[in-house]
Design a protein around this ligand. Structure first.
Ligand code: CP
Length: 312
């Protein structure tokens, strides 16, 4: 089996079987990062451009490590030190980089649809590392992988996704991913950050966090994205934290064995209490670790192979 598209733009366009293929392929790559020599020759001779117009720690580093561990050559492009600051457009930047014959371009950009835009004139494989408010597909894939590692099956698994849903591309990708995998998904947040339009995703909507948490198997918290807010969406940070902050008392309302997740970066003490973020139930750093394996799987399936065999 192989992925149907030569690009990864979002989860919405993936079949459930394609999601399962990526998760299964990541299994083969997870072990490579625990070896003393963390490298296999799978993508030797391939060139990947890491093009980040927005800040990133996790996604940029793990795509770079994923490519290097597969022996690809990586070019890291930073907006701040490029001709973008002299006014070069996105299209001219991409055409310039494509003239150097890369095989894949990984892009993070503040505009929704930017990754798709590249596919309209690019020869390379395009991978979306987060586009505006639209999607962040590899984040949802690594989240699904982490849940599967811990809970084995998605069937009837009660997942609560809480926080700034409105501004979150992670939320959109996770909604598509978890629905396609069969989870029982509840979205939670203040009405200003979780408007009624999200009901169209055929998920449960709950504005009372304490009620949403009852019986939850997985609690996924989202960062309050103050940098994307042009106006005030809640009376105060303190008020938001009181109503929607995840505390140890609130975790106790969830099902026995519930796990806590967050895509990062976290606002400690705002959407998640420090003791919860650092607790044994927290999978936050496991998500980061799994991110490398998922991104190796995506690069391999798009650039190198057809299935989870022969990964090196
Ligand atoms: N989760 C996530 O996308 O983190 P970064 O912004 O650090 O890449």
């Amino acid at each position: 089996m192989e992925l149907k598209s030569k690009h990864l733009l979002g989860i919405e366009s993936l079949e459930p079987s394609e999601i399962r293929l990526i998760l299964q392929t990541a299994d083969s790559f997870l072990e490579i990062s625990t070896r003393e020599i963390k490298k296999v020759p799978t993508l030797r001779g391939k060139t990947i451009i890491n093009l980040f117009y927005e800040a990133s720690t996790r996604t940029r580093s793990s795509f770079e490590l994923a490519g290097r561990r597969l022996s690809a050559d990586i070019l890291n492009f930073s907006k701040q030190t490029s001709a973008v600051v002299k006014g070069e457009t996105l299209r001219d930047t991409i055409l310039t980089l494509e003239a150097m014959r890369p095989d894949a371009i990984i892009i993070r950009h503040g505009s929704s649809g930017s990754a798709y835009y590249l596919t309209t004139f690019c020869r390379s494989h395009v991978i979306n590392a987060g586009d505006g408010l639209h999607e962040h597909p590899t984040q949802a894939l690594l989240d699904a992988y982490t849940i599967k590692q811990e809970k084995k099956s998605f069937k009837d698994l009660k997942v609560v996704l809480c926080g700034d849903i409105l501004h979150s591309r992670v939320a959109r990708s996770n909604i598509h991913c978890l629905k396609k995998l069969g989870a029982d998904l509840t979205l939670c947040g203040p009405p200003t950050l979780l408007p009624p339009a999200f009901g169209a995703f055929d998920v449960k909507i709950q504005h009372d966090f304490d009620k949403a948490l009852e019986g939850a198997d997985v609690i996924m918290m989202l960062r309050i994205q103050l940098e994307r807010m042009q106006k005030s969406f809640f009376p105060s940070i303190r008020e938001y934290s009181r109503l929607y902050g995840l505390t140890a008392e609130r975790v106790a309302r969830a099902a026995k064995g519930a796990v806590v997740m967050h895509p990062g970066p976290i606002n400690r003490g705002l959407e998640i209490a420090p003791d919860v973020a650092d607790s044994a139930q927290s999978l936050i750093l496991r998500q980061v670790e799994n991110g490398v394996a998922i991104r190796m799987a995506v690069l391999y399936l798009l650039l190198g192979g057809k299935d989870s065999e022969n990964v090196g």
